[in-house]
Each structure stands twice: as structure tokens, then as C-alpha cells.
Ligand binder design. Structure first.
Ligand code: CTP
Ligand code: MG
Length: 391
């Protein structure tokens, strides 16, 4: 049946993930995405060689990770500007006694062994295989003004994934032709198609997602747990906090600076909304409260932005495989009028929680002049959150 070489493309920068580092280095239920992807190819007897293509700036970190996780690869090489350049460099490094080439995105760690094995069987027959799934959405073709030009028949549309598998000589030739003719493609099959050679698609799976944005990272956790037989649980928590209003402090609510002559007193920035929110999240996860995690006796929390603390709470939840589902907040303040700030607060909090602002609801109310809030002695906030976990 012939031996195969595998090229794992990991030389991207993960810009759309917005974590400031290559997304494939991020952990997915404890194990880095890249390591999970490589491991999908290390147990097939027909895999002769694995080449991982990385960016120069990630080289030593990835080299260490590979050693740390003890995965078997044959070469770690530096990639290029575009994915196509990285794969081309991978192809040049393959030993020439292999018969088949598998090209796989490091960003697809959830590919199932069944799919990889199917591709290996089918490539012997067709020489060029793409793993793909029928699209679920109706697709529109638009012009430069984003006006629809046409609607292709969905029954004929498939979304392409990786791996893509080819005969060694065919893919070498396709990349050479691409270089000569200036062909650019966002996948490898398209270069073979450009040569007029038929590419056969085989059924992948909807769970073989390409981890691209933060939502994908959360989704991947759920899919991975489902693949390993776990199940989902929903948990809820409440939070409540009050801070005293004082002169000469900046009022900050929900991570947003509010124009007001008074601010809230406290050890941190006293963002009462973010505090209530953190307590609701910690409560939902059964992790106590913010006093336990960020004691106000600790100098390191003096004047700290509560948004920084919320980042830590979110990271804590992620490490326990929890993701935030939705949040509902009530702010009780006699003044100032908060409606003009609500949208900003939603987007700031949504960014930190890694969820859509549509999953954050914020209500502000006065107490009609009654009680400590009514007398403008303080501001209070309630929060209610649900989190999605895996058991
Ligand atoms: N890739 C690569 N070389 C590049 C660009 C991308 O090897 N010059 C790899 C990525 O590491 C990823 C795969 O190709 O595993 C698919 O690319 P994509 O999902 O677009 O990842 P990034 O380019 O890293 O992400 P972004 O486009 O958001 O920056
Ligand atoms: Mg990219």
C-alpha cells in the first residue's frame, strides 16, 4: 500500500484567535492543540515520516513541547508567509521514497482516526483526496458592495477540511505548477484541481473543526469531551456586591470609566459590577468567592483593575473545562444615568469572557431615592451567571 509522509502546517500566527500567540500552542483540555494534531498521525503503521512546519519565533517553544509530550516527529522546519509557502517547504523536506503525502492543519486536532484511515485507503484509488462535509448553511456569492450575485445550489456544496492526501508525485507537481503560474489556494486540493486533475472528496465529520476564533476553542472542548464520552452540565451562580461612594475616585462599572463626580471606595478599582459578576462565576463553578481568590489583604491587588481579576477567573474556569454561557447583571445606582454606558460594558465584559455580547444582559435601576443606594451612599450590583461544564 505504500508509506506516507505527513506535513503538519503549524506556521500560522493565529491572528483571528486574538491571544497574542500562535493558537496551536494553546491547551485544549490540558494538551496543546498542535500536540493533539500530531498524535493523530503517530500510531498508523503506514506513516513513515512526520514533518511539522512552524514559525521561526515559535520554533524553540514547539521543540520543547514536542519533547515534553514525547511525540514522535521526524523534522521540525521553518515555514513561510502563507500557508501555501509553509506546505511547499514541507514538501521539499520530505524524503523522496514515500508514496503518499498527507497535509494536515495543526489547527484541526479533532480529526478522527477513521477519517485519516479512509483517506489513506481512498488515495490509493484516486491519487487526490480531500476530506469534506456537506455545508449546512446556504451560501451566497457577493460582489464588492456585499450585494448578492448568486446563490449556488447547496446540494452541490461541500466544506473542505484537512487532511488532504495525494500521491507524492502529483502534489509535488501541483506545487511546482503553482510556483510557475502564480496560483494561490487556501487549500492543497485546489492546486491539483488547477492542473485539471480530478480530486475526490470523502466524508469527514462536522466535529473536525478548524480552531480559528475563541468560540472555536470553547466548542472544541465540548466536541473533544463528546468524542471521549463525557457529557455536558449547566451550572448557575449568583453574585452580589456593594461599594461606598466617595469623592475623588474614578467611577468604574463593568470595566468602563463613568463620568461622575464620585467613585467607589475599595482595595481594587472597586468595580462593583465586575465583582458581582466574578462572584456569580465562581459560585457557579463551586469555587467560593472573590475574597478567597483575591484577598484584600494582599498588596498585589491594591488598585488593580477588576477586569484583570475577571481574566484570572475566566482562566480558572477554562482550566476546569468550564465555559461561560450567559450572564445577567443588575446595577443599582441612583445616579448617574447608566444607559449610555451599557453597550460598552457588554462589549468589554464579553471580550474578557470570550463570549458574544448577546449573552450578556445589563440592567440599571434606581431605588427611587430609597435606602443607601437612593441616598447615593453606595452602588450595588447583582449578577446571575450560567456556565457550561463537562463531566
Ligand atoms: N499555517 C501555516 N503557515 C502559514 C499560515 C498558516 O502553516 N503561513 C497553518 C496554521 O498554523 C494552521 C493552518 O495553516 O494550522 C490553517 O491556517 P489558519 O487556520 O488560517 O491559521 P492561522 O493563519 O494561524 O490563523 P489566522 O489566519 O487567524 O492568523
Ligand atoms: Mg491564516
Amino acid at each position: 500500500m505504500g508509506k506516507a509522509g505527513v506535513i503538519i502546517a503549524a506556521a500560522g500566527s493565529g491572528t483571528r484567535m486574538g491571544f497574542g500567540k500562535n493558537k496551536v500552542l494553546l491547551p485544549l483540555l490540558g494538551m496543546p492543540i498542535l500536540i493533539r494534531s500530531i498524535k493523530k498521525f503517530t500510531s498508523q503503521a503506514w506513516v513513515k515520516e512526520i514533518i511539522v512546519v512552524v514559525r521561526r519565533e515559535d520554533y524553540s517553544e514547539i521543540d520543547n513541547l514536542i519533547k515534553q509530550w514525547d511525540v514522535r516527529i521526524d523534522q521540525l522546519i521553518i515555514g513561510g508567509k502563507r500557508r501555501q509557502d509553509s506546505v511547499a517547504l514541507g514538501l521539499q523536506s520530505l524524503s523522496n521514497d514515500i508514496e503518499w503525502v498527507f497535509i494536515h492543519d495543526a489547527a484541526r486536532p479533532l480529526v478522527e482516526s477513521r477519517v485519516i484511515n479512509d483517506a489513506y485507503t481512498q488515495v490509493q484509488k484516486y491519487q487526490a483526496i480531500g476530506v469534506a462535509v456537506p455545508v449546512k448553511d446556504t451560501i451566497k456569492v457577493i460582489n464588492n458592495e456585499q450585494v448578492v450575485e448568486n446563490t449556488p445550489n447547496r446540494a452541490k456544496l461541500w466544506a473542505i477540511q484537512t487532511p488532504q492526501a495525494f500521491s507524492y508525485s502529483l502534489i509535488k507537481q501541483a506545487y511546482q505548477q503553482a510556483e510557475i503560474n502564480g496560483w494561490e489556494g487556501t487549500d492543497d486540493c485546489s492546486l491539483v484541481e488547477n492542473m485539471g486533475f480530478p480530486v475526490k472528496l470523502i466524508a469527514g465529520s462536522y466535529s473536525n473543526i478548524k480552531i480559528t476564533t475563541k468560540e472555536d476553542l470553547q466548542l472544541a472542548k465540548v466536541l473533544l469531551k463528546m468524542q471521549t464520552g463525557g457529557s455536558l452540565v449547566m451550572k448557575s451562580g449568583i453574585g452580589y456586591d456593594v461599594h461606598r461612594l466617595v469623592k475623588e475616585r474614578q467611577l468604574i462599572l463593568g470595566g468602563v470609566k463613568i463620568d461622575h463626580p464620585c467613585g467607589l471606595a475599595g482595595h481594587s478599582d472597586a468595580d462593583v459590577v465586575t465583582h458581582a459578576l466574578m462572584d456569580s462565576l465562581l459560585g457557579a463553578a463551586g469555587l467560593g468567592d472573590i475574597g478567597r481568590h483575591f484577598p484584600d489583604t494582599e498588596p498585589e491587588y491594591q488598585g488593580i483593575s477588576s477586569i484583570e481579576l475577571l481574566k484570572q477567573v475566566t482562566a480558572k474556569l477554562s482550566s476546569l473545562n468550564y465555559q461561560v454561557n450567559n450572564v445577567d447583571l443588575v446595577i443599582i445606582a441612583q445616579r448617574p444615568k447608566l444607559a449610555p454606558y451599557v453597550e460598552r460594558m457588554r462589549s468589554v465584559l464579553a471580550e474578557v469572557l470570550g463570549i458574544d455580547p448577546g449573552n450578556i444582559n445589563i440592567k440599571a435601576t434606581t431605588t427611587e431615592g430609597l435606602g443607601f443606594c437612593g441616598r447615593e451612599e453606595g452602588i450595588a450590583a447583582f449578577a446571575c451567571a450560567t456556565i457550561l461544564g463537562l463531566s
